[in-house]
Design a protein around this ligand. Structure first.
Ligand code: PMP
Length: 355
């Protein structure tokens, strides 16, 4: 989280803008929270340049909830195509099988989830209700550097993207997207808020079994207030959107500035890893994530010592996901370049002291 956001939230915790109450104490139907919610939606629309024909929904259930909610709303019980690129898209595919005929049309499982299957080779269905991709595989450290152009690949299906772990780290080409979803807890705010951005024509096709609170049309028709939305998450995300829109890098502002900063942060770490025999990242350089950088020590018996020294140096949460092992540096938007410099400095020193 950006420190400025946490400080502002702390200062407004007991009394939001002289209202005499904190955001957690407000009725979601009151005018104060209504103003926060409307502003938050306007801010994310401006920040991510979301076109008018897309609805912005504030929901709950997280990325895994959306793995069921998307097929319940979009599949019409027919067929959906899945591109498997790592742990999260694998989970999405498995869950969707409960609601529709979920087909795998491409997979990088054979290479251990280290490269992206070339879109030209995807076996897209002629009649898919949607095509699902995870645009940043958080665990495997794989990111689409551009969104697939389904129309150019001969598919009429809308593209669904799980952008949970890189939302707001780079611009989105909405001309290629039908629906985007993401949990807020990486780049936007606290866990508990899920953001869904969905094109107008995809509303209104939910399966009969879809819970009303998860029916996108119901949520959209009620401005995300069909039931109580995650008010605190919306408020903090709103502060984060404002913080993001104020960020600059040279001439760039907002998400474009964040992208430039994220490229510089990721390059620093990848260049260091690639220049060392002591550390390795196994992902194809063409699709390496700017947010989540898994890396391995050549001698894995040093893992514990590496993590202990890192903790002492104030570098936390570097242990890799249990399914992959090794290390993982998650350098989300709020991580400053200085944080990555400190990590590289520690890694260099650890390598030197063990040589
Ligand atoms: N998709 C991606 C890309 C993720 O990184 C995560 C969480 N790490 C999820 C889905 C699952 O999100 P949640 O825990 O909010 O259900």
């Amino acid at each position: 989280m950006p420190e400025a956001v946490l400080r502002q939230a702390a200062s407004e915790m007991l009394d939001w803008h002289g209202s005499g109450m904190g955001v957690m104490e407000m009725s979601h139907r009151g005018k104060e929270f209504g103003a926060i919610c409307t502003q938050t939606e306007a801010d994310i629309r401006a920040l991510l340049a979301v076109p008018a024909q897309f609805h912005i929904l504030f929901m709950q259930g997280g990325g895994l909830g959306e793995n069921a909610i998307v097929p319940m709303n979009l599949s019409r019980g027919t067929r959906a195509d899945f591109v498997i690129t790592g742990s999260w898209s694998t989970k999405s595919h498995k869950e969707a099988q409960r609601y529709c005929e979920a087909r795998v049309v491409a997979s990088n499982a054979a290479d251990g989830h280290t490269g992206l299957p070339d879109p030209a080779g995807w076996q897209l269905s002629a009649d898919a209700s949607y095509v699902h991709v995870c645009t940043n595989e958080t665990i495997n450290g794989i990111e689409f550097q551009q969104l697939p152009d389904l129309a150019a690949l001969g598919s009429k299906a809308p593209l669904v993207i799980d952008f949970s772990s890189h939302v707001a780290s780079r611009p989105v080409d909405w001309s290629r997207v039908g629906l985007a979803f993401g949990g807020a807890q990486k780049n936007l705010g606290p866990a508990g808020l899920t953001i869904v951005i969905v094109r107008d024509d995809l509303l209104g096709h939910a399966l009969e079994i879809c819970p009303s609170a998860f029916n996108y049309k119901t949520v959209a028709d009620n401005q995300s207030m069909y039931n109580t939305p995650p008010t605190w998450g919306i408020y903090i995300a709103g502060l984060t959107f404002q913080w993001l829109s104020q960020q600059t890098e040279g001439e760039l502002t907002g998400v474009a500035a964040m992208e430039a900063r994220n490229i510089a942060k990721a390059r620093l770490l990848y260049d260091f890893i690639d220049g060392s025999d002591f550390y390795a990242n196994k992902v194809d350089p063409g699709c390496r994530s700017r947010m989540n950088i898994p890396f391995f020590l050549a001698d894995e018996s040093r893992n514990e010592a590496f993590l202990a020294g890192a903790r002492e140096a104030g570098l936390l949460q570097l242990k890799g996901h249990k399914s992959v092992g090794g290390m993982r540096a998650s350098i989300y938007n709020a991580m400053p370049l200085a944080g990555v410099q400190a990590l590289v400095g520690y890694m260099r020193e650890f390598e030197r002291s063990r040589a």
